[in-house]
Design a binder for this molecule. Structure first.
Ligand SMILES: Cc1cc2nc3c(=O)[nH]c(=O)nc-3n(C[C@H](O)[C@H](O)[C@H](O)COP(=O)(O)OP(=O)(O)OC[C@H]3O[C@@H](n4cnc5c(N)ncnc54)[C@H](O)[C@@H]3O)c2cc1C
Length: 452
């Protein structure tokens, strides 16, 4: 393990991030691959008087507290994903991306509450709650975490006890360097999944119909609806770059092969009425093996600069839909490359008594929207649109956020009530009494003050 200073070999590899809207510039950085390397790094940080920060892929880099006087560790722990099919648990070394877990679990007819993109890191996603396309069926992904191994500020490798495991799951970070997690799996034989897209001029009718369907949709189905303003690029299908489109994507899961006809009928309950409104310009909904779900959301596969925002929303009603479309829909001049709603409810809304500090989302929809400077608008146009959308949605804003969806550190955010923050802080005080990891805590998730 080599700790690198800016300009030294290894610094760029340790600080590289997927979300290019905030590139970290810590005083020192290292890639850690073993528990002993994590310990060495912690000793280095203590000698130098630097707080320790941790990341895996940097998918959340802009949501992290800006760092200068810090040692940043990228976890790339050695080892592979191990599946215990009897217990339906995967053991996952920190550094692993979801694509590897989905692939390993599928060999056993199992899947996991993974994110939409194969490149998202397992650890950051799980610690931040994690919203999957199975979420209305299984709840927040953090609830499925069975065990966490981490190196704490004293250099000890611990398997989290009950209190620490509770705090780690959605508590807002700052407990140590996670080296491995065990996450629960569940049977998925097939998924009905895909994306259907229409010219955005049909958005008012389509979005109203989608919202009406969400009111009593089955828990097996989890979907998103987005307005996409995609540029004319080689990997963008031409029918999607011809003008703004509204896309409905997501999944309906079939636990067994016998459940496939029901899943198809459930998907048809959503898509049939939408297809009757207008013919989609693209419609990829089909029945696939679980790994097919990783392609559904059309996420970027390479690092990209997205400037975005996120809110958790109450039921919008037709008035809310209209307000949203006024600022992101056809003719709105929106410079956002993608903006829309993820369907919550179902198991997302049911607190899991054996879950962690964040074990449910009390909201109907997660709004997220963002632009890519130079592709969907200028930086100024994109930055200028974010408060416009916020203002339009203010009547439905719960004031809370889902940690993994937060786009920027300085935007309003918070996901825990004051009593939970106090309880989480008590756990932090036990495992990190002098606050070595305090700058890794999300805003609103501690009563402590940061060092920088
Ligand atoms: C293309 C794309 C698709 C996405 N899809 C979804 C989705 O479907 N659902 C969803 O909920 N989110 C989604 N996200 C958001 C994603 O879940 C978050 O960005 C999440 O934080 C990523 O985890 P990471 O470890 O890869 O990120 P990082 O930015 O590397 O880490 C985020 C935070 O996690 C903590 N952390 C990471 N590794 C460790 C470790 N080893 N020890 C201790 N703490 C650690 C740190 O606090 C760090 O700041 C998506 C993001 C992108 C860019």
């Amino acid at each position: 393990m080599r700790v690198a200073r800016p300009g030294e070999p290894g610094y760029d590899a340790a600080t590289a991030v997927f979300s290019l809207a905030a590139i970290p510039e810590p005083a020192a950085a290292a890639v850690v691959r073993t528990v002993e390397e994590v310990r060495q790094a912690i000793r280095f940080a203590r000698r130098e008087g630097l707080p320790v920060r941790v990341h895996t892929t940097g998918h959340s880099a802009p949501a992290a507290r800006p760092m200068r006087e810090a040692l940043l560790l990228r976890t790339e722990m050695t080892g592979t994903v191990e599946i215990d099919s009897d217990r339906r648990v995967a053991r996952v070394p920190a550094g692993t991306r979801w694509g590897a877990v989905v692939k390993a679990a599928a060999e056993h007819g199992l899947s996991v509450a993974h994110g939409s993109s194969p490149t998202v890191g397992v650890v950051g996603y799980l610690l931040g709650g994690g919203l999957s396309f199975y979420g209305r069926h299984v709840g927040l992904a953090a609830n499925s975490v069975r065990a966490v191994e981490l190196v704490t500020a004293d250099g000890e490798l611990r398997r989290a006890d009950a209190d620490l495991l509770w705090a780690l799951r959605g508590g807002g970070g700052g407990f140590g360097v996670v080296t491995a997690v065990e996450v629960g799996l569940f049977p998925v034989a097939q998924v009905v999944t895909g994306a259907a897209c229409w010219p955005a001029r049909h958005a008012p009718e389509l979005l109203r119909a989608w919202r009406a369907w969400t009111l009593d949709a089955p828990d097996e189905a989890t979907t998103t609806v987005r307005i996409l303003n995609l540029p004319d690029l080689p990997d963008v299908p031409p029918m999607l770059s011809a003008g703004p489109v509204l896309c409905v994507d997501g999944a309906v899961l079939a636990g067994t092969d016998d459940d496939v006809p029901t899943a198809l009928a459930q998907a048809d309950d959503l898509l049939g009425p939408l297809r009757d409104i207008a013919e989609p310009v693209l419609d990829t909904w089909q029945t696939t093996a679980p790994a097919g779900l990783l392609d559904t959301h059309m996420d970027p596969s390479d690092p990209v600069e997205v400037i975005g925002d996120h809110l958790l929303l109450d039921e919008l009603g037709d008035a809310g839909i209209e307000a949203l479309l006024k600022v992101i829909g056809a003719g709105s001049g929106s410079p956002l490359i993608a903006a829309g709603l993820r369907q919550l409810g179902g198991a997302y809304g049911r607190p899991d008594p054996s879950g962690g500090a964040l074990n449910a989302l009390n909201a109907r929809y997660a709004y997220s929207g963002g632009g890519v400077p130079g592709l969907s608008g200028t930086r100024e146009q994109i930055i200028g649109r974010l408060p416009v959308v916020r203002a339009a949605l203010a009547p439905w804003d719960t004031g809370r956020t889902a940690p993994t969806f937060v786009e920027r550190f300085d935007q309003p955010q918070g996901h825990l009530d004051a009593a939970t923050v106090t309880a989480v802080d008590a756990v932090r005080a036990r495992v990190d009494p002098d606050g070595l990891f305090r700058d890794d805590i999300m805003p609103g998730a501690t009563h402590r003050t940061a060092s920088s």
